[in-house]
Ligand binder design. Structure first.
Ligand code: HEC
Ligand code: HEC
Length: 381
């Protein structure tokens, strides 16, 4: 329904300008003159602005790239960010239940949540399935305080608690004592002697350095973006039909909106699981807000690279895209008394409709990122 409203609006706007008659009135998705887009609600990603407080330089990039791949920095010294965020797999691991570094070498317990893709994460406005990290720099260094990189003293079976102060002290020791080559690298990148800095300062700089590397992990200029900007044949028929469902009767755009296909809000899709005592295993957004109303709510995932980031959902409980889409319109998605009412418009799809939606999701995937930064063995200090 929404699709036809867009159609009507765009046609009306164009139709009013009689000095510029519509050439092909049968074209259902004309380019709107004021926006230059066919679908203004899903604009392309624009070039990322430089961050004023952390401008990209070659030495910052080299430092961030090294830290991301340096297994000598983790608690066990066996794991790096790229162990779970594999660059060649859209910076996911392809596994629903990654092993926490804290558990090596016993390989248990597993992590609490599914590893998200990091592609285009530098554009995001909220992070993690529950929105815990405060900003775009913090998100890259937090894993050192979590079971992921395990620089804390927390017991091995505690996969939820985090201890940033201990992790900050340990991280500085890694850079200054265990792998002291980093002292020079930080000096070159940020003109600072990290032996003189506080653990918190080193922590902040680590987040900044990794973020500079992650500016390379972007995937833009998808077939949909090109079609949206007027290139007529950039998207196939089935993808266009899928887009119409996405914008219209499917109701997807109510949550997966904007240039990243996320509203950066939290929604309940009835995916909460309970333990034997009937307690929720994962609190979702409520873990951050401590508000019971947020129990079972998770951040809307961005969708631009979703065709390459199976498994799906915060718990990795669904292996293929078809089932992930189908869940939204199923009665299971409405089982939780607090399920999101926006789901009420999502229908049970036919197989053909799902095929079209998947064709659309494939068409929003951008060009591959620069191959130069896909290696997991960059130069290390
Ligand atoms: C052992 C596996 C593992 C390792 C190692 C790991 N991560 Fe993650 N990462 C995860 C999981 C699981 C999540 C989801 C956590 C959550 O939402 O609570 C995550 C979330 C993230 C996010 C948020 C993504 C989003 O969609 O909001 C970023 C950014 C991130 N990790 C970066 C890193 C960096 C940088 C490192 C290295 C310092 C790292 N990760 C190491 C598993 C891992
Ligand atoms: C009520 C808001 C809402 C609507 C409407 C919605 N989604 Fe979602 N979607 C979410 C949230 C939230 C998640 C993550 C849920 C979780 O992991 O607990 C999600 C997850 C997904 C995933 C899995 C992504 C991943 O990385 O795990 C896909 C694919 C997806 N949605 C596609 C769609 C499509 C296609 C539609 C329309 C048919 C749609 N969504 C409608 C909120 C919504």
């Amino acid at each position: 329904m929404r699709a036809s409203i867009y159609w009507l609006l765009s046609t009306l706007t164009l139709g009013c300008k009689d000095h510029h008659p519509i050439k092909d009135s049968s074209e259902p998705w004309p380019v709107d003159e004021s926006t230059g887009l066919r679908v203004a609600t899903l604009p392309p990603l624009v070039k990322l602005e430089q961050w004023g407080d952390n401008e990209s330089t070659e030495s910052k990039l080299a430092l961030g790239y090294a830290i991301f791949n340096d297994f000598r920095l983790s608690g066990s010294q066996l794991v790096s960010c790229s162990t779970c965020h594999l660059p060649t797999q859209g910076f996911t691991s392809g596994s629903s239940t990654d092993t926490s570094d804290r558990a090596y070498p016993h390989l248990t317990p597993v992590l609490a949540r599914n590893t998200p893709s990091l592609l285009n994460q530098v554009y995001a406005r909220a992070f993690h399935w529950d929105g815990r990290p405060a900003d775009i720099y913090e998100v890259w260094v937090l894993p050192f305080g979590e079971p992921q990189m395990n620089l804390t003293d927390l017991p091995q079976d505690d996969i939820w608690t985090t201890d940033d102060p201990t992790a900050q002290i340990r991280l500085q020791q890694r850079f200054t004592e265990d792998v002291p080559g980093y002292v020079d690298w930080f000096d070159r990148a940020y003109d600072v002697d990290i032996r003189e800095s506080t653990p918190e300062e080193v922590w902040d700089l680590t987040g900044k350095a990794i973020s500079v590397y992650m500016r390379k992990a972007v995937s833009v200029n998808s077939p949909f973006d090109r079609w949206n900007q007027g290139e007529k044949d950039a998207m196939e028929e089935d993808a266009i039909r899928g887009m119409e469902t996405f914008l219209g009767d499917g109701g997807c755009v109510n949550c997966h909106s904007g240039s990243l296909f996320s509203d950066f809000q939290y929604h309940n899709l009835s995916l909460t699981k309970y333990d034997d005592e009937g307690e929720p295993i994962d609190l979702g957004r409520a873990k951050v807000t401590e508000d019971e109303a947020d129990l079972g709510k998770y951040l809307t995932p961005m969708l631009r690279t979703v065709t390459m980031t199976s498994p799906y959902f915060h718990d990795g409980s669904v292996l293929n895209l078809r089932d992930a889409i189908r869940h939204h319109g199923s009665s299971e998605a409405r089982m939780d008394p607090n399920y999101d009412p926006l789901l009420d418009v999502v229908p049970e799809f036919t197989d053909n409709e799902i095929d079209d939606l998947i064709a659309f999701l494939s068409a929003i995937r951008g060009e591959p990122m620069d191959r130069q930064y896909l290696s997991v063995t960059p130069e290390l200090p």
